[in-house]
Design a protein around this ligand. Sequence first.
Ligand SMILES: NC(=O)c1ccc[n+]([C@@H]2O[C@H](COP(=O)([O-])OP(=O)(O)OC[C@H]3O[C@@H](n4cnc5c(N)ncnc54)[C@H](OP(=O)(O)O)[C@@H]3O)[C@@H](O)[C@H]2O)c1
Length: 165
Amino acid sequence: MIKTIIAAKSDNNVIGKDNDLVWHMPADLKFFKNKTRGKLVIMGRKTFASIGNKPLPGRPTIIITRNPTFEANGCWVVDDIGKAFAIAAAEGQEEVYILGGAQIYEKTIGLADKMFITEIKSTFDGDAFFPEIDANKWLEVAREEFEPDEKNKYPYAFVEYRRRG
Ligand SMILES: NC(=O)c1ccc[n+]([C@@H]2O[C@H](COP(=O)([O-])OP(=O)(O)OC[C@H]3O[C@@H](n4cnc5c(N)ncnc54)[C@H](OP(=O)(O)O)[C@@H]3O)[C@@H](O)[C@H]2O)c1
């Protein structure tokens, strides 16, 4: 089963602030929806809260939390990333998407096979960060660059990485 991280990060690796995103980039939301539509997704309990404590439509969801009483209608809840991968595998998934946030990216960047990173080409003030991408471990295999437009304020790029070796 392929484990794929998907994230949007700024030049200074910010992914969020006050449990929310810090930019509005419809092009990235569209990219995210297209990639994850119909896929099983894994996210931390805080990211789940940030999207309104309900699963994204059409995406079976596994939430990671240390809270043994946490419940979320229609979602799996686990206390360990390994258990999340085990559920995804048992569900017969060929690919599972890791949706963050910062704590979950930190825990899974050493385990993932593939990453879709949207680079938002500006710097932001934030409190949640994507880990450094080690070029010795990750090979950039695709990159699409875009200029800002009337809907997307910042230059951005969709970048795909594969784990080396
Ligand atoms: N730009 C992007 O692509 C993107 C994507 C996703 C999220 N975000 C942003 O990222 C921020 C949220 O990130 P975050 O790091 O604060 O939260 P998070 O990673 O979404 O969730 C953290 C929670 O996950 C649980 N957890 C973490 N490690 C665990 C482990 N080893 N075992 C069991 N449970 C574990 C804990 O839940 P309990 O406290 O319940 O135990 C912890 O509080 C928000 O600002 C959000 O908007 C950005």
